[in-house]
Design a binder for this molecule. Structure first.
Ligand code: ASP
Length: 415
């Protein structure tokens, strides 16, 4: 019943804002979204198969080229992926695309629409933030250890690098020398944790990818204990705890590791502690935006760059020159290419610590899209074979455009 109300609210909001609902075909040519396609054999062309859409991505972009200015659809998507708690092979997206927009225009619309839908489905649940906070990917990682931060509780991460460098603790120093980072967080009121409980957290940290976990516990009277107090001395231990944001009675967790591993491990512990110790109001709705993701990540196995979102996303205008330096020959791509530093015009929306949706402003010229495909390992022939439709469409003069898709199954589950 709630889902039915949600879909109606989505349709009402889009209809009022001038969006047109358009159904796109299911029996198509592959649109890569990073998963495997489900295929359907063709009776009329024996030996050929259709791919079921991982998303209507290319179709909605073609709609923009053909002059539709605001499209949306409640679309079924099919991805041959392993099941997870929040993932299944067929799922439903609210998919939308808009012309003549930049990232903030799309975010502004989605925000307005999310408010309307939340109000229609769960009018009794209070919003933590309106407008929704926006963090660059970098800021989200450094402050929360996550690209889908839950803001219903604190325990922000703090960079302890400067102090750690002068701490005399060899583990910290060698990590920092190798270009790694040292971060810490303070868990309020948990300074009384037993060794056994802390050992459990250490196991969790290791499972999340850390080499180990450093801890400091402050009692109510100003005493401090912890794994490194003897090595660094009480004064330094106190300074580390204070810089991590701790006061009397708090527990400090510190991870020293490669950049983003340190933060992500603490991000995992942050969520775990908040859950275990019921540190937040479960009724609250905390929507947040994370944007300016890295454009590509290096794919070791195939020696090529891969899109972090989808292959149609555009870079930030100021980062465009970073793509120009590769000769366009996919066979010469290297992990040292400047493209590795390019940021995408990509944005994710998260709700209560879960990724709710993601989208981007797209490349809308043949030249830029083709250059980006080349970085991702598609030479001219492969581009023609796989993407001729959209590349040709862009020659007719495509409007700048961007969009997003939100997972409806996840959204209704979270609400
Ligand atoms: N097609 C994308 C996805 O399914 C969403 C988008 O970029 O609009 O993740």
């Amino acid at each position: 019943v709630a889902r039915s109300r949600m879909v109606k609210a989505i349709r009402d909001a889009h209809d009022e804002a001038g969006f047109v609902e358009i159904e796109t075909p299911l029996l198509i040519k592959s649109t890569p979204e990073g998963a495997r396609d489900f295929v359907v054999p063709s009776r009329l062309q024996p030996g050929s198969v259709y791919a079921l859409p991982q998303s209507p991505q290319q179709m909605k972009q073609l709609l923009m080229v053909s002059g539709f200015d605001r499209y949306y659809q409640i679309a079924r998507c099919l991805r041959d992926e392993d099941l997870r708690g929040d993932r299944q092979p067929e799922f439903t997206q609210l998919d939308l695309e808009m012309s003549f927009v930049n990232d903030t225009d799309v975010m502004a619309w989605v925000e307005e629409m999310c408010l309307a839908v939340s109000k229609a489905v769960t009018p009794e649940r209070p919003l933590l933030n309106d407008p929704f906070p926006r963090f660059s990917y970098r800021e989200a990682i450094d402050r929360f250890g996550s690209d889908k931060p839950d803001l219903r509780y604190g325990m922000e991460l703090h960079d302890l690098g400067e102090l750690a460098a002068a701490s005399g603790f060899r583990v910290f120093e060698s990590v920092l020398d190798a270009g790694g980072r040292v971060f810490g967080l303070a868990a309020p009121g948990l300074g009384g944790m037993t060794r056994k409980q802390i050992d459990e957290l250490t196991e969790l940290a290791k499972k999340a990818g850390a080499g180990g976990l450093v801890w400091l516990a402050l009692d109510g009277e100003g005493g401090i204990r912890g794994s490194i107090v003897k090595v660094v001395g009480e004064e330094m231990a106190r300074q580390l705890a204070a810089t991590a944001g701790a006061g009397n009675g708090d527990l400090v967790l510190i991870v020293a590791d490669k950049d983003i591993v340190a933060q992500e491990v603490l991000g995992t512990l942050r969520v775990e502690l908040a859950e275990r110790h019921a540190m937040y109001d479960r009724a609250l709705l905390s929507y947040v935006w994370v944007y300016q993701f890295p454009m590509y990540h290096w794919d070791e196995d195939n020696a090529r760059w891969d899109a972090t979102h989808n292959p149609f996303s555009a870079v930030l205008p100021e980062d465009e020159p970073l793509l120009a330096t590769n000769s366009g020959d996919p066979h010469t791509a290297s992990p040292d290419d400047p493209a590795g530093h390019a940021r995408a015009q990509q944005y994710d929306i998260a709700l209560n610590g879960w990724e709710l949706g993601g989208g981007s402003v797209r490349f809308h010229t043949r030249e830029m899209l083709s250059r980006s495909f080349a970085l991702m390992g598609h030479d001219a022939a492969a581009q023609e074979e796989q993407f001729s439709g959209i590349l040709e469409a862009f020659e007719y003069g495509a409007p700048p455009h961007g969009g997003i898709a939100l997972g409806i199954d996840r959204w209704i589950a979270l609400l």
